[in-house]
Design a binder for this molecule. Structure first.
Ligand code: HPA
Length: 270
């Protein structure tokens, strides 16, 4: 794995050598954050040795290097999910590559369905913790000491420092936000009514098919992480409750400006 990461890093640095400090992973329908960046280089995933290639609608596959204010950032346009058939190690490969390019902070967004009955479509949720469900841990297998320890602590995967900064930003800008626990599942089915209920009972506020594995790899390597969900559907409703990918993308697009604003201000405050 480390050899593959090094090869990918060497290739990327041959195309663009400036070290980024912040890595950004954008969720379904949440990609227009990129337009806030002063873009310096774009590298297609298909060009990078060992990089997986994304397949799902609403995700494009490239690494985008640029500046946001004074800060050097790298954004993943398109991420990888287990439901596409990638192994957990492949899902987190880009996170490892960004770490070895030099990032110290990772910002993540995702689209998620709500179990918390106080949540509405379009809400932003600061992820304060997660529960990994039905997903294989991406650290399974031989541990690479160059990445991190065999048994990483997970008592604070989401940086309290960054959460506090975001709360200050959101309050100042009058952007309402929720806070909660994100349940990570494999998908690609949305949950059954019984599953949304179960996730609610175990303390989950929202559920989605990404993020958890990326965060585990990031914590393994000592990155400081902030993650935010956009609530795109409500899992627990008495009435008819069909959920479609189109609806998820639509809701994500609607809420995107608020999220983009928060990420922009957070990067400035780092
Ligand atoms: N469940 C799982 N993943 C999701 C959902 C959901 O309801 N909404 C967006 N991603």
């Amino acid at each position: 794995m480390i050899t593959k990461v090094n090869a990918a890093v060497a290739y990327i640095q041959s195309r663009y050598s400036t070290q980024p400090l912040v890595g950004i992973v954008l969720g379904s329908g949440l990609g227009s954050f990129i337009s806030e960046m002063k873009i310096k280089a774009e590298i297609a995933y298909t060009d990078i040795p060992h990089f997986p290639v994304s397949t799902v609608e609403g995700h494009e596959g490239k690494l985008i290097f640029g500046e946001l204010g004074e800060k050097k950032v790298v954004a993943m346009m398109g991420r990888f999910h287990c439901y596409e058939g990638y192994t957990p190690q492949e899902v987190v490969f880009p996170i490892r590559v960004m770490k070895f390019l030099g990032i110290t902070t990772l910002l993540i967004s995702n689209a998620a369905g709500a179990m918390n009955l106080n949540f509405r479509v379009g809400d932003l949720m600061i992820i304060k913790d997660h529960v990994s469900l039905f997903t294989v841990n991406p650290l399974t297998g031989k541990n690479e000491e160059a990445f991190g320890p065999r048994f990483p602590d997970m008592s604070e995967p989401y940086s309290k420092r960054l959460i506090d900064k975001v709360k200050t930003i959101a309050t100042k800008e009058n952007i309402l936000f929720k806070e909660g626990i994100y349940c990570g599942v494999t998908g690609p089915t949305f949950e059954t009514r019984a599953e949304y209920k179960l996730l609610n009972i175990i303390g989950g506020d929202a559920v989605g098919m990404s993020t958890v594995q990326e965060v585990i790899a990031a914590v393994h390597m000592g990155l400081e992480v902030f993650a935010m969900s956009v609530i795109t559907d409500l899992g627990i409703r008495e009435e008819e409750n069909k959920i479609t990918h189109a609806e998820v993308l639509h809701a994500a697009n609607e809420a995107e400006p608020k999220l983009t604003h928060i990420f922009k201000e957070l990067v400035a405050a780092l």
